[in-house]
Design a protein around this ligand. Structure first.
Ligand code: E4P
Length: 216
């Protein structure tokens, strides 16, 4: 299972990368705005800065919602750095754009996926990744993990190569549940990754070992 970090914050990306368990990064327009990154040149430079920190795939989202606009933006993004994955929304022109990029060998991440039918279309179009938003489903009393499981099941039936990238993760239990149902990737806030470290028996066990070692 790959771990991506879901942020545009360079310090958090560095911290996760320093742990040695980071396989990539996802961003979205809201995460970029949160870091105060505005204006095309600054946005493009920021993506390159991220690529220079990590070794894996870095998703950069298009803002256009029409086919020509998505192609124009996506080609610009893909030329920035070989690690860039063009992130495209699950809409009709988005599916056409994914097919276009897939034919050109450019990696894509189909975002804002909330149903198995949408995930099937993304795979048929040749998306590299599909991003079901499990936290946002949980927020509206719908089982997000069940959707991840359904998509994994469908993709396995037909040996689709599209990787299931569980997005909108809210905590460590989401990561564990995604691992149980076979998500290829989980994109997580830094804190959710760090929360995987925690167990009170580890803390008390270590404290005892250290106090015993001090007695010797
Ligand atoms: C990542 O690809 C998604 O854009 C992100 O996980 C969405 O997370 P949110 O639902 O916490 O905004």
């Amino acid at each position: 299972m790959k771990f991506f970090i879901d942020t545009a914050n360079l310090d958090q990306i560095r911290e996760a990368n320093d742990l040695g368990v980071l396989d990539g990064v996802t961003t979205n327009p809201s995460l970029m705005a949160k870091e105060g990154i505005r204006g095309q040149n600054n946005i493009l430079k920021h993506y390159v800065d991220i690529c220079n920190i990590v070794e894996g795939d870095v998703s950069a989202e298009v803002i256009a919602v029409d086919f020509e606009g998505m192609i124009r933006e996506g080609e610009l993004l893909a030329e920035l750095h070989p690690q860039i994955v063009v992130k495209i929304p699950m809409i009709k022109d988005g599916i056409k754009a994914i097919k276009y990029f897939s034919n050109k060998g450019i990696k894509t991440n189909c975002t804002l996926v909330f149903s198995p039918g949408q995930a099937l279309l993304a795979a048929k179009a040749g998306a590299t990744y599909v991003s079901p938003f499990l936290g946002r489903l949980d927020d509206v009393s719908t089982d997000g993990i069940a959707l991840i499981e359904q998509i994994v099941f469908i993709y396995n039936n037909y040996e689709f190569e599209t990787q299931v990238l569980a997005a909108s993760i809210r905590g460590p239990l989401h990561i564990i549940k995604c691992a149980e149902v076979g998500a290829d990737v989980a994109t997580c806030p830094l804190q959710s990754i760090l929360d995987l470290l925690k167990h009170p028996l580890t803390d008390s066990g270590l404290a005892k070992f250290l106090s015993d070692a001090a007695k010797v």
